[in-house]
Structure formats: structure tokens, C-alpha cells
Design a protein around this ligand. Structure first.
Ligand SMILES: *Cc1c(COP(=O)(O)O)cnc(C)c1O
Length: 386
């Protein structure tokens, strides 16, 4: 083990955990220093929101600290059920099912729906939990090139027998771009495949009332039969859900091992999430402000000669290339009081190590300007790619 660890260090691939000494937010406290934070997924700034905290505390007083059992034994409480109903209404699907994490929801769902003799098709930039779900299912695993629906269609046409499940991120977690939903829906339908969209980074962040990539007025349950959302990002709490038809949800309750064999989410988390969902729906200004921050950042970064990716979301990667370059830039920013994550393989493909800048609705325009000044120094004379 030690030799392997040493090798990771030599390759600039060693990962370490930072220990924050205060709540998540626009600023974080690290080793006694306050840093402007550009690496959380708390896009709407709800993780430390006073109303969400209050709902969490009230939830503890009413329901206790832990759920005490799995959902199928005796851990399923009224408040879990209320949140499921609220999420079903939010996504305009007949039902929703809570999972303890997005990772569990994805692995559990893909494995409940497919197995030996079936086919799973995944965008090559899908989140690790979707890839792991596909690999574990024992279905035949097919890649398709990022957002390349023609490539997918060819593979769908060639696959014989069994069920077909097409799986994609809604908003890609490391690139910030959106799946080609209006192409994926007809491609899946034409080949009799189910479409599963995991919009962990889109829900709450964009679309009408924060509906994300899958606007239910355009794409109903027949178009996107399996919709996954996570609650630890824009919703500011923890957990995840799958939304869809009655038969899908009942199938997951019967067959998703990551649902059946795990302790139900603490009920107070569900209580807090009911409050944060109401805020997500109501407070349009958070999404509007985020969009303004993104526009300001992109204009400023372009002026600096930085090459950005095609992203209109609060995920704004600055690709640098080698792992060492990303780590050095991240360290230089941290020296200037700016926290920006360096993302390296295997999270992203080799040669595309990057700074992954994220914004939250609690950032100000001055915060964006401070980040741009830091980048001007940390990334030097740009990252222009041929
Ligand atoms: C973060 C993420 C997950 C995992 O969700 P957790 O609740 O953090 O386990 C799943 N899918 C995508 C696309 C994600 O970005």
C-alpha cells in the first residue's frame, strides 16, 4: 500500500481532505483562515440558511436524531413520506422515492432495472456513481461519446435482446454542460430504451422554478421515465430521490438493494429538505443572481485570455492539462485567500486536469472580481488550447 501511495504523491494525484472549522458558505474557515469559497455544490446557498437550519432543529425535536431502521423495516416516517410527495409534485411525476445518497440511488436504480442479458448505455463523462451502477449490474456496458446522440443511436441499434437503459448526467458535474435531452428522448424511444437522467447539478439551479434540465412541461414520464435528483447540492441538505411512475417506484422498493439494506435518512433531514424545496421553488432571485455571476465571470475570464468550457451553469471549469498544473494553480489561489478545487484523473480524463470553479447565490460581484484577479496571477498568461 505504501508504495502505491508514494506513487500517487509523485504523480501529483494524491488526495487529501481539508478540515473546515465552520459552516459551509460563501466563505469557509480553514486552519484559522477565512477563504472565499469557489468549490462547493451548495449552489443556492441553502446549506447554512437560517430557515433550513430551523426546520432541521424542529425536525430533531419532533422525530429524534436517527430513523432507527431501514425504510422497509420500521424506519419510514410520515416526514419522509411528505418529502416524497413534495418531490413528486415538484418533478410532476406520480411518485418519488428517497435514497440516503445520490450514489446509492444511482447504483440501486440501475441494478434494480437491469441485469445479465440487458444493456446499459452511458455517456463517457457520466458521474462515477452512474458508471459504477452500470458495471455492477452485469448488463452489457456500452459507452457513447460525450453528448454524441448519433454514436449512441448506432450502439442502441446494434444491441440485441434484453432491456435497454440509457443513462446520462443532466448537467455534467465536471464540465457544467447539459445533456442533449431533446435528441436523447427520441433516440431512446426509437430503440425501445428507457432513459434515466441524473440531474444532481441542475435541479434547483436552472429551469423554471429550478426544475433543472428535465422541464416536466416539455419532458414527461414517457420521455424521461427515470429521473434522479440529489439533495446535498442545491437543496443544501443530504440524500437523493428517484421520481417516476408507480411501477418504477414499487420496483425500486422491491429490488433496489441500496434502498432496502440501508438505514433510512434521518427524519430531520427530510424535514429540513421540505423547507429548502419551498425556498428552491419560490426564490427565483437566487437563480437570477447566479446567472449574473456566471456572465460576469465568463466575460472577465475571456478578457484574461482564459479558455472556458461551453457551460452556462455555475460550474465553470478552467482546464489546465496536467495534474501538477491544476494543483499548482489551486495552491496559488489559496495563498491569495481563494478556495478553488483542482480536479484530476480519474475524476476527469487524462490531460484535462482543471480548476473547477463553482458559484453560489450568496457570492457577490466583488467576489467574482477577486477570483478573476487571483486567476490572472495563478494561471499566468492563460490556458489557451489549440
Ligand atoms: C454528487 C453526484 C452524485 C452523488 O450524490 P450524493 O448524494 O453526493 O451521493 C450523483 N450523481 C451526480 C451527477 C453527482 O454530481
Amino acid at each position: 500500500m505504501q508504495a502505491q501511495l508514494d506513487q500517487l504523491r509523485a504523480q501529483q494525484m494524491y488526495r487529501r481532505r481539508r478540515v473546515l472549522d465552520a459552516a459551509q458558505g460563501r466563505e469557509v474557515q480553514l486552519g484559522g483562515r477565512r477563504l472565499l469559497n469557489f468549490c462547493s455544490n451548495d449552489y443556492l446557498g441553502l446549506a447554512a440558511d437560517g430557515r433550513v437550519r430551523a426546520a432541521f432543529k424542529a425536525g430533531i425535536d419532533r422525530w429524534g436524531a436517527g430513523s432507527g431502521a431501514s425504510h422497509l423495516v420500521c424506519g419510514h416516517m410520515t416526514v419522509h413520506h411528505e418529502l416524497e410527495d413534495a418531490l413528486a409534485e415538484f418533478t410532476q411525476r406520480p411518485r418519488a422515492l428517497l435514497f440516503s445518497s445520490g450514489y446509492a440511488a444511482n447504483v440501486g436504480t440501475i441494478n434494480a432495472l437491469t441485469g445479465l442479458g440487458d444493456h446499459v448505455f452511458e455517456d463517457r463523462l457520466n458521474h462515477a456513481s452512474l458508471l459504477d451502477g452500470g458495471w455492477l449490474s452485469r448488463a452489457q456496458f456500452h459507452w457513447f461519446r460525450h453528448r454524441d446522440t448519433a454514436h449512441l443511436a448506432g450502439k442502441l441499434a446494434a444491441a440485441e435482446g434484453g432491456r435497454k437503459l440509457v443513462v446520462t448526467d443532466g448537467t455534467f458535474s465536471m464540465d457544467g454542460d447539459l445533456c442533449a435531452l431533446s435528441e436523447l428522448v427520441p433516440a431512446a424511444a426509437e430503440h425501445g430504451a428507457w432513459l434515466m437522467v441524473d440531474d444532481a447539478h441542475g435541479l434547483g439551479v436552472h429551469g423554471r422554478q429550478g426544475c433543472g434540465v428535465v422541464d416536466p412541461e416539455t419532458f414527461g414520464g414517457a420521455d424521461v421515465p427515470v429521473l434522479v435528483g440529489t439533495l446535498g447540492k442545491a437543496f443544501g441538505t443530504a440524500g437523493a430521490f428517484v421520481a417516476g411512475e408507480e411501477a418504477l417506484i414499487e420496483t425500486l422498493i422491491q429490488r433496489a438493494r441500496n434502498y432496502i439494506y440501508t438505514t433510512a435518512l434521518p427524519p430531520a433531514v427530510a424535514a429540513a429538505t421540505i423547507t429548502s424545496l419551498q425556498i428552491v421553488i419560490k426564490e427565483e432571485w437566487r437563480r437570477e443572481h447566479l446567472a449574473e455571476l456566471v456572465t460576469r465571470f465568463r466575460a472577465g475570464a475571456t478578457e484574461l485570455g482564459l479558455t472556458l468550457m461551453e457551460s452556462a451553469t455555475p460550474i465553470q471549469p478552467v482546464v489546465l492539462g496536467e495534474a501538477g498544473e491544476a494543483v499548482a494553480a489551486s495552491t496559488a489561489l489559496e495563498d491569495r485567500g481563494l478556495l478553488v478545487g483542482a480536479i484530476r484523473p480519474p475524476t476527469v480524463p487524462k490531460g484535462t486536469s482543471r480548476l473547477r470553479v463553482t458559484f453560489t447565490a450568496t457570492h457577490t460581484e466583488e467576489d467574482v472580481d477577486r477570483l478573476l484577479s487571483g486567476l490572472a496571477i495563478a494561471v499566468g498568461n492563460g490556458n489557451a488550447q489549440s
